[in-house]
Design a protein around this ligand. Structure first.
Ligand SMILES: Cc1ncc(COP(=O)(O)O)c(C=O)c1O
Length: 407
């Protein structure tokens, strides 16, 4: 084993340009620790192979506790969307903080979470076709409280028939077409679907699924509030129409990181399903908060750690993170975690071109640079694991077990 001898000052500025440290283990030792998950008190940030997905546990716990406290103090349930993190350890942390379960976008995300003993699953998109319905029934046998979204009468009949064969009852949520994506139209079309569900013996109405995606990233708090109130009014109204027809509709679930504190002011929304707040990203920071241009209700917990692998000129450093290390679905790229005067530009599949002309200190080969990600959900989906840090120390390695699960 090698003595720990960090270069002077390297640890003074967490998340800043990291100077390369001398190694304190052999790679074979690090590899063994990582494969066993035996990292706590042993590995530090500088021991990690890059590009690496990092989770700042202090920031993450702040985010989890803040959202859980908000939902609780407004008497709403919290079922955070796991499409963001795809990680059973994150879902468990949220449930420990008070969440009633987890939403998933896809059936096999839900299967993974069920295999990790997560209950209270709500699949927010419809399960269509015989194989998926067979899998839905298998999942419901295992986790009876799973809720499946529906927006089509034939699909409801198919689910009912499969449930009858398996001698169980499936919980259904009516997905409302309020985002311009999926769903049945609010009002009478939704009522008709509720009446069909009510009439069939092996399905039961759990409530309404109403995600207002077009409100979540509206820039400016007041404009966002107006949008969410306008869109969610149709969902609240539809729930009333269904209940007035004598059909119990306990759940109205929706909301996002951008509207969490708007939707808890709307009477009739029973449950929040935000996702990005656990990690945050540049996209969300741009939407503006109640008190300023930067949306900072939640902290940046997610970063990608890179290493300078080439220094072709004084002003240019090349890092080992490109299109495969960062999601590229936004019009802007990664930003250094703490500013520090450097500017990232895409450098291809494997590389980033970092302009260091105005860097607040020299940048050398082997230095580590940590970046905020443009969009957290697809970024997480690029990695098998996230390294969870407490300060400079790696406290745990969490598997992103549902990574790539989009079937
Ligand atoms: C159905 C549904 N609910 C909730 C969310 C969570 O939104 P956010 O990550 O903006 O909090 C999403 C995100 O796309 C979603 O598709």
């Amino acid at each position: 084993m090698y003595r720990r001898t960090f270069l002077a000052g390297a640890l003074a500025a967490p998340g800043f340009l990291r100077a390369a440290s001398e190694r304190r283990y052999t790679w074979a030792e690090v590899e063994k620790m990582l494969s066993r998950g035996d990292v706590k008190g042993k590995l530090g940030r500088d021991d990690l192979p890059t590009p690496a997905l990092l989770l700042d546990l202090d920031a993450f716990e702040h985010n989890v506790n803040k959202m859980a406290a908000h939902a609780k103090s407004h008497n709403r349930a919290l079922r955070p969307h796991a499409k963001t993190h795809k990680c059973p350890e994150v879902a468990k942390a949220l449930i420990r903080a008070g969440a009633v379960g987890a939403c998933t976008a896809k059936l096999n995300e839900a299967e993974v979470f069920a295999d990790h003993d997560i209950r209270g699953l709500l699949i927010t998109t419809a399960v269509v076709g015989p194989y998926k319905i067979e899998r839905a029934v298998r999942l419901a046998k295992k986790n009876r409280d799973t809720i499946f979204s529906v927006d089509n009468s034939q699909n409801v009949r198919d689910l009912n028939a499969a449930a009858a064969e398996a001698k169980l009852t499936l919980n259904l949520a009516i997905d409302l077409f309020i985002t311009g994506r999926t769903g049945v139209l609010p009002g009478t079309p939704a009522l008709n679907l509720a009446q069909l569900i009510e009439s069939l013996p092996n399905v039961t109405l759990a409530g309404i699924q109403a995600y207002a995606g077009q409100a979540s990233h509206v820039t400016g708090f007041e404009a966002r509030r107006r949008k969410s109130e306008e869109v969610m009014a149709a969902a609240v109204d539809t729930r009333r129409v269904i209940e007035r027809a004598g059909i119990s509709c306990p759940l109205l679930t929706g909301g996002s990181t951008g509207t969490y504190n708007i939707d808890t002011q709307i009477e009739g929304i029973t449950e929040l399903q935000p996702g990005s707040f656990v990690f945050m990203d540049i996209d969300y920071r741009k939407i503006g908060g109640q008190n300023g241009e930067v949306y900072d209700d939640f902290k940046n917990a997610l970063t990608v750690l890179t290493t300078v692998v080439s220094k072709p000129t004084d002003d240019l450093a090349i890092v080992d993170g490109g299109f495969k290390a960062f999601a590229t679905d936004r019009s802007f790229g990664p930003e250094p975690k703490n500013g520090n005067g450097i500017v990232y530009a895409w450098g291809g599949d494997e590389h980033g071109r970092v302009n260091v002309a105005k860097a607040s200190r020299g940048v050398n080969l082997g230095d580590r640079i940590e970046f905020l990600v443009p969009h957290c959900d697809p970024n997480v989906n690029l990695y098998d694991r996230m390294y969870c840090l407490r300060g400079e120390q790696v406290e745990a390695v969490w598997q992103i077990a549902a990574r790539g699960m989009s079937q």
